[in-house]
Write a protein that binds this ligand. Structure first.
Ligand SMILES: [Mg+2]
Length: 237
């Protein structure tokens, strides 16, 4: 893109939406820790389950639950609750325990290590832009400590379809009462973040910390950054 054109595009931006997992923190270690915490909880509270199941076999169990409940795929929370309830029932434990198990998982899942520069970036950008979060996951921004930066937070659920579906982007535009080109969506995933946002006319920035090649079959993002400080630099914020 020419410098004139990219400057013109940037000048239209009034709001910035962020993907969360793998854009503001590394997701896999947090999920792995959460799985461990949940397994320890099972060990203490529902020991008959851990007599039979290993962490690995529980993973396979959840994969099967996902297969059996395609309608829940869009909501990671509902899917996990369903898996927990089914497991508890099979072993004769009250299904009401599912909420306790989920909260153990959820708390650990939200203990993420933010990427370098997250606070600095959000602090600088919020001086000039309205900020939103648009996630297919279920991290708890309040316990992570960044909730106050975001005017709006959208997480996929049973009625708000997961990215790349347009639902959350459109909801964000409507709630903020801005046109699509006034929003810049920043995310690590070429399909769910960049392609999804492009489809509704939203501007896009591909966050690419591992310097991957762009998938050729997709239209490139308007902007790309390898570090969060590059995002700040883009706006001279
Ligand atoms: Mg992501």
């Amino acid at each position: 893109m020419s410098l004139e054109r990219s400057t013109a595009m940037l000048s239209k931006i009034q709001a910035i939406s962020f993907d969360l997992d793998d854009t503001l923190w590394d997701c896999a270690p947090a999920i792995a820790n959460a799985e461990k915490a949940l397994f320890s909880w099972h060990d203490q509270v529902t020991p008959n389950i851990t007599k039979v199941h290993s962490p690995k076999s529980l993973q396979a169990y959840r994969a099967q639950v996902r297969e059996e409940n395609p309608e829940l795929k869009r909501c990671v929370t509902a899917m996990r609750m369903q898996g927990l309830k089914k497991l508890l029932l099979e072993f004769g434990y009250p299904q009401e325990l599912a909420a306790e198990g989920f909260s153990v998982f959820y708390q650990a899942r939200s203990e993420v290590v933010l990427y370098d520069g997250v606070f600095d970036m959000l602090e600088r950008l919020r001086r000039s832009f309205r900020l939103a979060a648009i996630t297919n996951g279920n991290a708890d921004l309040q316990s992570i400590g960044i909730e106050s930066y975001f005017e709006r937070v959208y997480a996929a659920n049973l009625t708000l379809l997961e990215k790349p579906a347009p639902d959350m982007f459109n909801r964000c535009l409507a709630d903020m009462e801005i046109s699509p080109e006034a929003l810049l969506h920043i995310g690590d995933n070429p399909l769910t973040d960049v392609h999804g946002a492009q489809a509704v006319g939203v501007q896009t920035l591909w966050f690419n910390p591992y310097n991957y090649d762009w998938p050729e079959h997709l239209e490139p993002a308007n902007f790309e950054a390898q570090k969060l400080s590059d995002v700040v630099a883009l706006f001279h914020a």
